[in-house]
Design a binder for this molecule. Sequence first.
Ligand SMILES: Cc1cc2nc3c(=O)[nH]c(=O)nc-3n(C[C@H](O)[C@H](O)[C@H](O)COP(=O)(O)O)c2cc1C
Length: 201
Amino acid sequence: MHAEHTGPKDLSVLDCIAQRRAVRSYLSDPVGRPIIERLIETATLAPSAVNLQPWAFAVVQDRQILDRLAADAKSLLLAEPPAPEVLGSALPALTHLREAVAKPDYDLFHGAGTLIAIYAVATHGVPDCYLAGENLMLAACALGLATCPIGLALPILQRPEVKAELGMEPEWTAALPIVVGFPGGETPPTSRRPPLVTAWL
Ligand SMILES: Cc1cc2nc3c(=O)[nH]c(=O)nc-3n(C[C@H](O)[C@H](O)[C@H](O)COP(=O)(O)O)c2cc1C
């Protein structure tokens, strides 16, 4: 299935860490269920505090539902400034991106055909979900797939009706939405500041 695009690339974990990009252009080809299952299984190999494994995954591949979620997410973002606890570290990005996001052709999911929303099922489970999400993104990279975390989708994923639609309990917290797909082209590398190492005693 989609052998022309995917398949293990024989990359080391260091290669995947270095080569993973937040990809914002996708082919329309769907990613098959076995691959998504593999990504989710790999996500669950992440460490978690006291091995609580406080995560749940919702997969959305239905084009109509993706489009509706993207449109509703956008309206919600632009209508109500999200609370800092909802958007977390993505909050400054919204201020920065507001103009771009407001454009009619801005697709919050960048045209990807799969959304995997990771929810924390325990009160303090969000950091563990981030670790699971990074595992998922690195595994996708190793399989020749592209991903992008979509923090801007968090407010819509916290809505009770959306949680219900995705089979999530009302008290669970949307932690990290990630879109997955076949890359639509090359994504140039991003820069990093030198590490801030404040002590080496
Ligand atoms: C928590 C979090 C939320 C993010 N939210 C978005 C988002 O809503 N939309 C988007 O296009 N990229 C989003 N990103 C991707 C970052 O913009 C990207 O990781 C960063 O610019 C560095 O680029 P790189 O991942 O290609 O190295 C998010 C990343 C993280 C970690």
